[in-house]
Design a protein. Structure first.
Length: 263
């Protein structure tokens, strides 16, 4: 099938069979399970998913791709023409996994929708921009709001790095496949994310300053807490571990006042 890739939809079609196999292997799909794919594109990954015996739900935003996907897959997949950013996630089944080569420009936004859905995927194997994958996996010292959010909901692992030559057309950035296994670390992730959002508000500023500016904790309270965690009083948000954020959140009397989560 010949299609002209559209920049607006972030279309970079996989052409490496080796990468498709690495994704499928990492996804550990069990025959009969439901797998959601966002952005089937020309169907390279979709074909491999169908071959595992999965029930595939493919969500594609570009209408122009739908006729050929319909012709190629017929009713072997459930094809939905929708924008994953405006999709009604309550329509998804209660149990499923996500396997996708995500459109990079909106990849983290789409993941956020899945992770905060009523029924989140049990695991995700997704291709993202390499730098985004690194942020998901980051350790204290390099943490960001994305690291906190992803690690709060899941256990992330790198599957493989993917060079731009594996796509047609090649993207300007390198890519990585990551696997995220659903494993929420707290019952109220929204509160922790809202707090981290406040802590990361001005990255150059020390944590106590950001929290004091938002009226969440006084500088003295934050400094005392930092010392109790073995961190310097001058620590910035990126130095905190996920456990630190959870601890700080439940020690914070005023977290109910901070703005709703927006990862
Ligand atoms: N999975 C294919 C294509 C990946 S490119 C492959 O690996 O070859 C990204 C795909 O996501 C494209 O098909 C693009 O049209 C689609 N897409 C982009 N934005 C989308 C959105 N908001 N919702 C659903 N699909 C989207």
């Amino acid at each position: 099938m010949r299609v002209r890739p559209k920049k607006s939809f972030g279309q970079h079609f996989l052409k490496s069979g080796k990468v498709v196999r690495a994704i499928i292997e990492a996804a550990e799909i069990v025959q009969g399970e439901t797998v959601v794919e966002v952005g089937p594109g020309t169907g390279v990954l979709t074909r491999a998913l169908v071959e595992t015996g999965a029930r595939v739900i493919a969500i594609e935003a570009d209408r122009d791709l739908i006729p050929s996907l319909e012709a190629d897959f017929g009713d072997t997949i459930k094809l939905v023409c929708a924008d994953a950013l405006h999709f009604d996630y309550s329509l998804l089944p209660t149990a499923y996994s996500l396997t996708s080569n995500l459109p990079y420009n909106v990849g983290t936004e789409i993941l956020k929708r899945f992770l905060t859905a009523k029924h989140p995927p049990s695991r995700c194997v997704v291709m993202v921009q390499k730098e985004v994958g690194e942020r998901m996996l980051a350790a204290p010292g390099k943490m960001s709001l994305l690291s906190v959010a992803v690690q709060l909901y899941t256990d992330p692992k790198r599957v493989t790095n993917v060079s731009s030559g594996s796509f047609s057309p090649p993207p300007k950035v390198e890519s990585a496949v990551v696997r995220l296994d659903w494993n929420p670390k707290t019952q109220y992730p929204e509160a922790v994310i809202a707090l981290a959002k406040t802590g990361f508000r001005a990255r150059r500023k020390q944590l106590h300053r950001n929290l004091a500016d938002a009226g969440v904790k006084t500088s003295e309270e934050t400094k005392a807490w930092l010392l109790s965690r073995g961190l310097p009083e001058t620590a910035r948000a990126q130095e905190l571990s996920l456990k630190d954020w959870i601890d700080l959140c439940y020690n914070t009397s005023g977290y109910g006042r901070i703005s709703p989560p927006d990862v």
